[in-house]
Every structure is written in C-alpha cells, then in structure tokens.
Design a protein around this ligand. Structure first.
Ligand code: ADP
Ligand code: ADP
Length: 224
C-alpha cells in the first residue's frame, strides 16, 4: 500500500523537528528522505513506524489511518544503522525471529528464513553468530529479517552509514536490485546524495524540518 503524509508536524516544545510536510510514497517504489543532520528525516521515518507520534496531521498506510496507531499494530519493519541483531542468537534464529508469532509451523518458519538469507546472498551462514560476521554481512542479516515479514512498508534508517565506502557502493546496488525484484514499498533515510541517487525511485529533499524538493533522481540532479 501507499504511505501518505498530510500536513504532518512533530514538535518538541518550541522546536519543530518536522514542520507541516505532505508526500505520497507509491506502492512498489523506494522513496528516500535526503538532507543534512537535524533536518527531520529520522523523525519522519519514526512516525511511519509508530515510534514517534505526530503533533498534527494525518498518516495513512494502505487504506489504514495509522496516525495514532501503536508501532506493534503497523505492518512495517525497519532496518537500523546499528543492525540491531540479537547477539546470542544465530543468523537463522535472528532472521526467523519475527516469524515465531506468524502462525507458521517451525518447518515453515525455517524455510522462510532460509529463503530470506538466500535473497541477501548469505546461504551457508545459518549457524553463525552475528559477532562472527562483517558489518556488511550483519546488515544483510538485518535486511533478511525485515524482508521475511513481508511488511507493507520497509523502512531503512541510514542502513549503510557504518560501512566502509567500497561496501556502501556494493550494498546500495544490492538494495536497489532487491527493491526492483521484490517490488517493495520502502522509505529510506540517508544524508548521502550518491546513495540516494543509487537506491531511489523518488527523492524527498528535506531542509529545516520541511520538504525543499521532491523528484526522481533524474529530475533533481539531471543525470544522463
Ligand atoms: P541521527 O543521528 O539519526 O540524526 P540523533 O543522534 O540526532 O539521530 O538522535 C538520536 C536519538 O536522540 C533519536 O531518537 C532522537 O529522537 C533523539 N534526539 C535527538 N535530538 C534530541 C534532543 N535535542 N533532545 C532529546 N532527544 C533527541
Ligand atoms: P535527522 O534525522 O535529519 O538528523 P531528526 O529527525 O533526528 O533529524 O531531528 C530533527 C530535529 O529534531 C533536530 O533538531 C533534533 O535535535 C530534534 N529532535 C529529534 N528528536 C528529538 C527529541 N526526542 N527531543 C527533542 N528534540 C528532538
């Protein structure tokens, strides 16, 4: 389903972290929130997840008004900058974690978790612990964990910021490929223009808690 923001604001005391923004994320597209630190990207993303509530405005996901719906009742999953894996669980347990309440049998959960690992190119890593993996591999596990839940909306909060430059380039291409292949509806936060250009269908440029520009990578940066 689509994600729609209508005149959404989030204030902390006198400070507006997000000031009256409106936008639509079309189903099957990846939209990036791009802008410098402090411009309101994370707050916007967290309002989609239900981890922050708006002070004003309306948010819908698909046909559901989620404006004040708790995070646990929203069909979204998030990939964090810090991976946020469970350190004492194996890779396959991490990927399957969200499926334990899904009504699937143990065998079906395992099968789905394996499929998720295959999608991110980590077959054979099932029994490893997160600490035995590189940062890039850990982030792939986190992506698989989010993907197997088949959420209506996938959220990415600076997912590549902890990785070195070479790995970032590689991973952004992989994310783009997965996005297209699976037809995901995604919202992606980054302060890195190159990264935004590589992964996005549309880019929302934020500045001082507001939207400065919205367009395709070609519209905004006049690429060949
Ligand atoms: P980012 O690196 O994504 O910009 P920050 O480091 O600014 O994030 O913020 C990290 C966490 O601290 C977030 O959960 C954010 O909501 C919270 N936070 C940011 N600024 C403040 C503030 N001035 N007072 C209280 N909490 C804040
Ligand atoms: P970005 O993700 O673009 O770095 P944020 O959404 O984290 O920006 O923050 C936007 C603004 O809101 C910043 O000025 C930040 O300090 C402020 N802010 C974010 N969270 C909080 C909070 N919990 N309390 C007070 N101020 C906050």
């Amino acid at each position: 389903g689509s994600v729609i923001f209508k005149n959404v604001s989030r204030r902390y005391g006198n400070i507006a972290a997000v000031d009256n923004i409106s936008f639509t994320v079309e189903p099957g597209t990846l939209v990036t929130l791009l802008g410098p630190s402090g411009c309101g990207k994370t707050t916007t993303l967290r309002m989609i997840a239900g981890l922050e509530m708006p002070s004003d405005g309306q948010i819908t996901i698909g046909d559901v008004d989620v404006t004040y719906l708790p995070a646990t009742e929203r069909d979204v999953s998030m990939v964090f900058q810090s991976y946020a894996l469970f350190p004492h669980m194996t890779v396959i347990e991490n990927v399957g974690y969200g499926l334990t309440v899904s009504g699937l049998t143990k065998a079906q959960q395992l099968e789905k978790a394996r499929e998720g690992l295959a999608l991110v190119g980590l077959n054979g890593f099932e029994g490893r612990l997160p600490s035995e993996l590189s940062g890039g591999q850990q982030q792939r596990v986190a992506c698989a964990r989010a993907l197997v839940l088949e959420p209506k909306v996938l959220l990415f909060d600076e997912p590549l910021s902890n990785l070195d430059a070479k790995l970032r380039r590689r991973m952004r291409e992989d994310i783009r490929e997965l996005q297209v292949k699976l037809g995901l509806t995604s919202v992606y936060v980054t302060h890195d223009q190159e990264e935004a250009l590589a992964v996005s269908d549309r880019i929302i440029v934020m500045k001082n808690a507001q939207i400065a520009q919205i367009g395709t990578p070609n519209d905004l940066y006049d690429r060949p």
